[in-house]
Design a protein around this ligand. Structure first.
Ligand code: ZN
Length: 83
């Protein structure tokens, strides 16, 4: 299986607000999580790398956001978690 480094999905984020371009929710929104889950399958290294990179970018864009909230939002959610 080829490595997925840059997933393609409809519910993508817009910077610097990190909201979903489709529904305006905080990214990753529930639909983005669902799409990402289908592309990555189970949570693996590629999945984690992708979100750690997004977390680094969001950290720069959202300097007032709480560190722990950002980590929870980008890294510690479960693919099964549909808020
Ligand atoms: Zn969305």
């Amino acid at each position: 299986m080829a490595a997925v480094t840059e997933p393609m999905f409809r519910h993508c984020y817009t910077r610097p607000t990190w909201t979903c371009v489709v529904d305006g929710d905080e990214w990753p929104c529930a639909s983005a999580k669902s799409e990402l889950r289908h592309q990555f399958g189970v949570r693996g290294r590629v999945f984690m790398d992708y979100f750690l990179n997004r977390l680094r970018e969001a950290r720069l864009d959202l300097p007032d956001e709480d560190d722990w909230l950002l980590v929870k939002r980008f890294v510690l959610w479960s693919p099964e978690d549909h808020r």
